[in-house]
Structure formats: structure tokens, C-alpha cells
Ligand binder design. Sequence first.
Ligand code: PLP
Length: 429
Amino acid sequence: MNTEQSSIWHERAKQVIIGGVNSPSRSFKAVGGESPITISKAQGAYLYDVDGNRYIDYLAAYGPIIAGHAHPHIVEQVNLAMSEGSLYGTPTPYETLFAERLQAVIPELERIRFVNSGTEAMMSVIRVARAYTGRSKILKFAGCYHGHADLVLVAAGSGPSSLGVPDSAGVPASVAEEVVTIPYNDVSALEAVFAARENEFSCILIEPVVGNFGIVTPDDGFLEAVRLVATQYGALLIYDEVITAFRFRFGAVQYNAVEPDLMALGKIIGGGLPIGAYGGKQAIMEQVSPLGPAYQAGTLAGNPLSMRAGMACLDVLMQPGTYEALAKKADILTKEIHAAANTYGIPHTINRYGGAFTLFFGERPVRTYQDAVHTDGKQFASFFHAMLRRNVCLAPSKYEAWFLTIAHSDDDIAHTVTAVQESMRELQS
Ligand code: PLP
């Protein structure tokens, strides 16, 4: 496969864009290789690079592209919105209409505020929780990613209930000390940390199904335990649904029955345009300005393009059978991956939930971030490149997911299965 033009564009990008990418995960740092592929067009299930190669896309832009690229209904609505002006700086009916529709499918969103990214949604929702509870500490789970704001770029300290340490240069130690990180799916650590720190926590942040150290579902009873502890100690439970909202049905309450106090949304809900949102219980959301003392604002927030793209995406997802079809495609694919890996004796574990899954190289079940860390990154990198050479684009990291979209056809799945079989054979040799 010729990817010469991709390399030329990457070299050119590096002269003006730091690192040649606008988000570090887009580089191939985690999987090696000279340069990432440079994509100039996408349609349906396919990405097209600047050398004219076509790839079946399971990256789905790290989640948002559930309807497939350039879905005609979304394109039509965005074109219409653009022709009527992209930003007014005033209230517009589209933000209210979209908020009403979000509330109709996720009734726990008693009040909503739109922002422009998942990071902003998480920053804002944490501020609201702190304002409401009058407390500052935050509990999060190792390996769950909540955006790139200072407060959530914090890794676990040395002991199970110790305060966090900065996970990035530029995050002050004093900020990291506000955060405690414990392992996902670990009820004992959760109970211990709350027993030790009693009423210090403003909130617990959690991905109700993890998407950031691969797809990892909560153990039976885990979210119930988290809810119980939050209630018992007066901390708010915040669902980070930036990946999960509209991916595994509309909101997590639909499949796990544990109600958060607040939630943050992003990615898919914008139909491929920049968006974030947060919301939840009205009494808590009343902290937000202009009603309350917690300030949060945005020049581009609730812009008519993102609102109308989001509504169009919701129209598509509300067609009967959407989620069943996504899950079925993922089920077929994962069964074939298992079979191919077994044929060539490649130790592996697949975690699937609905229409998303992660293939880990290693036999041990993955329930926590540490489990994911111990999987074989070198083998993943070889597999990633073997698949790319066969025109299948995966996320360039062992911690990411394969996302199925409405656009993936039976033929795409069949081509992918052949690519998997050949790539597994290559790994064995
Ligand atoms: N929360 C979760 C669960 C995410 O996966 C991400 C991004 O991957 C974010 C928050 C941050 O969203 P954004 O990249 O839109 O800022």
C-alpha cells in the first residue's frame, strides 16, 4: 500500500501544528510507524486517505460517527443550518428543541446546559457538584478518561486511599491533591476511601461502561455500590457518558437502572459536530449561572449547527432496531475474531458491550485498568499495522474500542474478517 502522500502531509503538518496532530492520540506514537494516515474524505463506513486508499473505519472518530460518515440526513440538516447562519449569540429554538428531545430519551436530564466538548462538560459538571455540596475533593477510577482539564488528569497516588499525583506536566500538585483515584470494579477500595475521608468528597466520576481502557463493563452490583456510597456520604454521582450516551442506547440508566445525580455527554450527541452537554437533577443544576452562583459560559455553546446535527443523528438512531443491529454486527465480528485468534494460537480476550468491543492481546480477563496495562501492546501494534495494510482502520492504541456504525455492511464485516484472519496468521509467524 502506498502511503507516501500521508507521510508528506504529516511532515508538512509538523512544520506548523505541534507534533503534526491536534490531538495526541491521532499520532501513531502508541503503535509505532513513520506517520499516521492523513484522511481527506469519508463516506458511510469508509475513510479515504490522501493517497487514494480506502479503509473500513472502526475508529469512528473515537466514537461520534455512529450513523456512518456524511449520513445524508445529517448532511441535509447541517447544510440547512449553515444557510441560515451558524451562530447568533442569542437563544435559538434549536437548542430548546434539542434539549427537549434529549430529555425525552434521557428523562434524568431534568435540566441541561450545552457546551462544546466532553472536556468542557466534565469541567463544568464538577464545578456544579462542588458548588452544590460545598466540598472540593473528587473520586475517580483509574483508567477512566474524563477529558484534559487539570482536575481529571490525575493518576492514583501510591496507596489505595492516597491523594492523586499529576498525570501531566503543568497540572499543579495542589490540584492533583483534590483527587483520589481507585481501581474500577473495586467495591472494597471504594468503601475504604469513603470510610477514611468521610464527608470530603463532592462527587464520584464514573464511566458507566468504560470506553477508555478498552470496553469494560461494571461487575454486577458495582454501580449499585457506587450509588449507595455516594448517597450515604452525601457525594454526587456523576456519569461521564461522553462515550456511552447514544452508543449503548440513549443513556446508561436504560440498561443499568442506577440513577446518577448529574451526567456529562458529548461525542455522538453532536452527530459529528463539536458538542458537549451536562445536566441532571434540577435542584442541583440550579447552581448554574444565571440562576445560581456557579459560573459557566460559552460563545459557541448551543450553536445551531451542532444542535441540528445532533437532532438529525437522534432521528437516525431512533429508527427501530438500530441498537440491536449494531450489537449483532459486533457479535458476528467478535465471534470471528475469537475463532481466528484460536486458529493461530494467539492469546486474547475480547470485551464487548452492544456495538463496541476491544480486542486485548493476553488471556487474563480485563476488569480494571491494571488488567488492561498488562495486555500485550507490541502484539497489538503489529496487529494494528497488519489490519491497516489490509485497509481496515482501527484506533491506534490497545486501550481503545472498535466502534460499529449503522453504515457497516455485511460485505464490510466479511472483508474485515478476512483481514483479521490474515493478520492473526501474520502475528503467529
Ligand atoms: N469523557 C470521556 C469518557 C471521553 O472518552 C472523552 C474523550 O475521549 C472525554 C470525556 C473528553 O471529551 P472531548 O475529547 O470531547 O473533550
